[in-house]
Design a protein around this ligand. Structure first.
Ligand SMILES: NC(=O)c1ccc[n+]([C@@H]2O[C@H](COP(=O)([O-])OP(=O)(O)OC[C@H]3O[C@@H](n4cnc5c(N)ncnc54)[C@H](O)[C@@H]3O)[C@@H](O)[C@H]2O)c1
Length: 256
């Protein structure tokens, strides 16, 4: 007997899904029966991720900072699959820098991807979902959207913005009766290219990795699936009474 998938019949679009957490979320949602639109600015890796998933996935190029890309990707999704039920605003970048050293250019780039990108995604997602029986929007914030770091001025600001933008979208959609939920996810260090590049940029990468692991009460850096499983829950109807909420996946870091 085959068991029913938790996302059977649903169509999901994931940004920044060529790699890392977005890719893991796309794979795990497809395993639960969703058809998935993998989007990214990396054509080759994005096509790879869609091929790995198989016939239930397709790749669309989508730079989250570009309104015209959002319009095109949404149109392609509705033409290919007829609906949108789940949007995962996952694409993000980090540039280290404190308030004295960070350039204005870096500040603007981080906010363009991490915050403008989520704003555009929520706006297009609501537009696509509101006539079709509702849906679920999942925004990737971070523990850095909850607590500060001395060299994370732009990243902290952008991820803190995502946390409260999420609540505003959730309340607007609830008030309008759209049946659209919106929640944020807050991971700590998870083993992806983003974290590897931060570790490798330090003077002593091995020491930095051990230091990071020591800061996490559960004893190490997380895996992409630790986040992907939460996204599957938020995408599914199991979370139908959950909106405007924040989900911390941090091995106990912010419990201290
Ligand atoms: N890995 C972690 O430890 C961690 C922790 C907390 C939060 N996050 C957040 O989770 C999300 C995913 O992180 P990750 O670790 O998988 O990162 P990653 O760098 O491994 O992957 C990010 C993906 O986003 C894509 N991307 C970058 N700019 C884009 C743009 N303008 N438009 C579309 N796609 C773009 C990249 O091409 C890449 O495929 C990010 O929002 C990140 O801030 C990650």
């Amino acid at each position: 007997m085959t068991s029913a998938g938790r996302l059977d019949g649903k169509v999901a679009l994931v940004t920044g899904a060529a790699a890392g957490l977005g890719r893991a979320a796309a794979v795990r949602m497809a395993e639960q029966g969703a058809r998935v639109v993998v989007t990214d600015i990396l054509d080759e890796a994005g096509n790879d991720a869609a091929s790995e998933i198989g016939a239930s996935a397709r790749f669309e190029r989508l730079d989250v900072t570009r309104p015209e890309d959002w319009g095109r990707a949404m149109k392609a999704t509705l033409e290919a699959f007829g609906r949108l039920d789940v949007l995962v605003n996952n694409a993000g970048v980090v540039i280290l820098g404190d308030i004295e050293s960070l350039s204005l250019e870096a500040w603007r780039l981080v906010h363009a991807v991490n915050l403008d990108g989520v704003f555009l995604g929520c706006r297009h997602g609501v537009e696509a979902m509101k006539g079709g029986g509702g849906g679920s929007i999942v925004n990737l914030s971070s523990v850095s959207g909850l607590v500060g770091g001395h060299n994370l001025a732009a990243y902290n600001s952008s991820k803190g913005g995502v946390r409260l933008l999420t609540k505003s979208v959730a309340l607007h959609c609830a008030r309008a009766g759209y049946g659209i939920r919106c929640n944020s996810v807050h991971p700590t260090f998870i083993e992806t290219a983003m974290v590897r590049s931060m570790i490798e940029a330090s003077d002593d990468p091995e020491r930095t990795r051990r230091k990071l692991a020591r800061q996490i009460p559960l004893g190490g850096i997380g895996e992409p699936d630790d986040v992907a499983h939460m996204i599957v829950y938020l995408a599914s109807d199991e979370s139908k009474f959950v909106t405007g909420a924040e989900f911390v996946i941090d091995g106990g870091v912010t419990a201290q």
